[in-house]
Design a protein around this ligand. Sequence first.
Ligand code: PGA
Length: 248
Amino acid sequence: MAVIAGNWKMHMAPEEARAFFSAYEIDEIIADNEVLIFPPTISLVAAYKCEDRDPRVQLGIQNVHWEDCGAFTGEISAEMAASAGASYALVGHSERRQLFGETDEQVALKVAAALRQDLIPVICVGETLEEREAGRVSEVILRQLDFALASIPDPETRFLIAYEPVWAIGTGKTATPMDAAGAHGTLRNRLEQAIGMTAAARTEILYGGSVQPRNAAELLAAQDVDGVLVGGASVNPQSFGDITRAAG
Ligand code: PGA
């Protein structure tokens, strides 16, 4: 059982989203796996209503505001996302952190906002190349995780983590399965301390960063890797289909 998630980022207008679902072939393999797609918000309703979308392919929003409503021009609340068909919310993606200045505090508020609307948060953490080279991987990802965990009310709350080293996102450079396993192990240990062994064991930790059909199987086979979060390769129904099948 693995979680295969696609983050379409700022790609895939409504018409393209519909075309994706009519071409994305999922065979019975999906029965054992969970497939999630994070379309851009403008395409969420089209994806939700698309008759070609197998209802087992669930949808999420790429970002939410931490308030439920208000004068926040251009923002989308978790409540709106839920009413438009989202069941999941990406929170703290590195592009949000790096390009839009999102802080650990804001990430924590967004996790809380998602949970208020029963959206399952997918909490993204990851170090930059500079931080990796300075030997600070554990320090950075645990700090990011700890802030987000402060918004998890109890061990029964479902959430996912995505470990996405910033230097691997959209660069074609992938963490080795061993690198991924190391970081995932660090995160799992912290989860055990924070929410207990049982809850930590069932919390899926996804790897993200240049996941492709050619490397998906070996990453999914790595210790503590419970799924993948795919950016570039997720907008193509064939390559995303190949990645889904790699989870089989
Ligand atoms: P990528 O993006 O697969 O294009 O590297 C991953 C992500 O940002 O979630």
